[in-house]
Design a protein around this ligand. Structure first.
Ligand code: SF4
Length: 452
């Protein structure tokens, strides 16, 4: 789809937020590439600057306002006129309201309007003024658009969009809409195509992958999807996110039985207190979550478990918080994303008053981080003096002589570049690393044998 207006223009995309947003950015890039545009590394070099936004965390709002405003002081681009666009969740939530704080924005497009980005940008270049499109519902077309992938050995594969869960603190169902699954055949065909072009690792993406297919077939078919994707020949399968209430025994069986499904599971717990879980509208109790962990470990004993935890949900008492601490100790997570609760306007939790002082919440947060770090350190000791297959991603930011990659359990692994190889030759290859050091957030060792 060449566009006479956009052809030859340069673009820069900055993405805030989760993997779903990263993937949306890949779709925007794919669309602009097909219009003859060229991606550049700096906003100053770009005719088009796009911010893909996230409204789940407050920090992303603040970063958007800062970075978007700073575009005003950039020198004029090569083409003379620069168009600034904002997409993603904040665009979907605020629409034209964004212009109140960001008067230099020309184009606003919501999460369901990605397929229209090119025409909106064209209108901005030709007519000037503001061009806004924030449909309520995704036509589905955008999910099947071509996209520009940053890497040729791994890929994100969206399997569904939206969420039906309405956790009381979360804005996602309001901005991303209800669950909408992609066609089973299209997903399997896409992964088959990826295998054909050399992709080795995929991450199946959705806000709640365990309920994949409920809207298409009446019951979830995620276990079946994992088996079908596993039959394509792909070597490594990860998936995210999983809601505990929807993780079915048949899915745990598929995870244990499909060799390509990696021994890693991100299962957001959010709180260890059943009282707080109820206020969060999570629809499981502490006991049910722990029973689920037991079931998973029974089938996949050394699985790496990760989670999300919120500290300072309105009304959380010391007793509630201690329940979270003890749950984290009991599970022994390999990794966890810990957050201090931040109010999201428009969610039910935003109306709950909370008298807990900020310094108390901060002190609890630091105690939790310590427990998570101790658990991750202990977990990584299981891999000390073992050989771990690492999929090479590049080199360490701190030391360009050391390879950096991921283990099947999604641990970060480092090793010196083996003699006789360059980094470029090894990116996308799997190398075996004999681990002689296991720290809280990484494993390191020496490459043994030949890359494959
Ligand atoms: S499951 Fe809950 S936290 Fe996750 S996206 Fe849906 S509403 Fe938000």
């Amino acid at each position: 789809m060449q566009s006479s207006v956009l052809s030859g223009k340069t673009y820069f995309i900055r993405t805030f937020g989760c993997q779903m947003n990263m993937h949306d950015s890949e779709r925007v890039s794919g669309l602009l590439d097909s219009c003859g545009c060229l991606e550049v590394a700096e906003p100053a070099e770009a005719d088009i600057v796009i911010f893909m936004t996230c409204c789940v965390r407050e920090a992303a709002d603040t970063r958007l306002y800062g970075q978007c405003s700073s575009c005003k002081s950039l020198p004029a681009p090569p083409g003379g006129k620069r168009v600034i666009a904002v997409g993603g969740c904040i665009a979907q939530r605020d629409g034209a309201g964004l212009l109140t704080n960001l008067d230099n924005v020309d184009v606003i497009f919501g999460t369901a309007s990605i397929a229209h980005v090119a025409e909106l940008l064209e209108q901005a270049f030709v007519e000037g003024g503001h061009h806004i499109r924030c449909e309520e519902k995704d036509s589905g077309a955008a999910t099947d658009m071509p996209w520009h992938r940053a890497e040729n050995y791994r890929a994100w594969v969206p399997i569904m969009t939206g969420c039906n869960n309405f956790c009381s603190y979360c804005i996602v169902p309001y901005v991303r809409g209800r669950e909408k699954s992609r066609s089973f055949e299209k997903i399997v065909d896409e992964v088959t195509g990826l295998v054909r072009i050399g992709v080795r690792e995929i991450t199946l993406l959705g806000q709640n992958v365990n309920s994949y297919g409920r809207d298409l077939f009446g019951t979830p078919r995620f276990a079946e999807l994992l088996r079908a994707v596993g039959d394509t020949g792909i070597e490594r399968i990860f998936f995210t996110s999983s809601h505990p209430k929807d993780l079915l025994p048949e899915t745990i069986d598929a995870m244990a039985e499909v060799p390509a499904v990696m021994p890693q599971l991100h299962l957001a717990v959010q709180s260890g207190s059943s009282r707080i879980l109820k206020l969060m509208n999570r629809r499981y109790t502490r006991e049910q979550y722990l029973a689920l962990i037991d079931q998973v470990r029974e089938r996949i004993p050394d699985i790496a478990l990760s989670t999300d935890i919120i500290v300072g949900f309105p009304g959380e008492t010391e007793e509630d918080f201690e329940q979270t601490l003890s749950l984290a100790e009991q599970v022994g997570y390999a990794h966890a994303f810990t957050f201090i609760y931040s109010k999201r306007a428009g969610t039910p939790a935003a109306t709950i008053e909370d008298p807990t002082p900020r310094d108390v919440i901060l002190e609890r947060f630091n105690r939790l981080v310590k427990v998570i770090e101790d658990g991750a350190y202990a977990y990584n000791q299981h891999d000390l003096h073992t050989v771990v297959p690492m999929l090479v991603e590049g080199t360490s930011k701190k030391d360009a002589t050391r390879l950096l990659g991921k283990s099947p359990k999604n641990q970060t692994v480092h090793a010196p570049i083996p003699e006789g190889y360059t980094v470029d030759e090894l990116i996308g290859k799997i190398v075996d690393v004999d681990v002689d050091r296991a720290r809280t957030w990484y494993l390191s060792g020496t490459v043994v044998g030949s890359p494959r």
